[in-house]
Design a protein around this ligand. Structure first.
Ligand SMILES: [Zn+2]
Length: 126
């Protein structure tokens, strides 16, 4: 398992959550997953969501903290959240854990597009 930390009720995730107008947000900064509107327990139980955020942690490690923030921002401005290659990669990681779910369950558990140029992800309520 990758080395990572989880912070509940993070002020950073809270800001992202307000900007996104969403109920819950997981935002990765370095090797820490910042949560707002979701408990550590609920987050960790969701394998697909954890795999998605762990992918962002790996991206931070591979590119370096500030360099990854910059690359992510540029990519977001260029192609938007959904086509952002760092999100595409993280989404694939998250999907691997959802093969056993039926399609409607998959849709309900999908990660919503984000409107902030940061690796901040929100989940629809199900
Ligand atoms: Zn993401």
């Amino acid at each position: 398992m990758m080395d990572f930390k989880v912070v509940e009720r993070s002020p950073f995730a809270r800001i992202a959550r307000m900007v996104l107008k969403s109920k819950n947000v997981a935002m990765v900064l370095g090797k820490t997953v910042h949560l707002s509107g979701v408990s550590r327990e609920t987050f960790l139980k969701d394998e697909g969501w954890v795999a998605h955020e762990l992918c962002h942690i790996r991206q931070f490690r591979e590119h370096g903290f500030f360099r990854f923030l910059w690359l992510y921002l540029v990519e977001s401005m260029r192609v938007g959240y959904y086509n952002n290659k760092y999100e595409v990669e993280a989404r694939k990681e998250g999907m691997k854990h959802r093969r056993h779910l039926n399609p409607s369950h998959k849709a309900a558990r999908a990660i919503d597009p984000s409107g902030v140029p940061l690796p901040a992800d929100s989940k629809r309520k199900h």
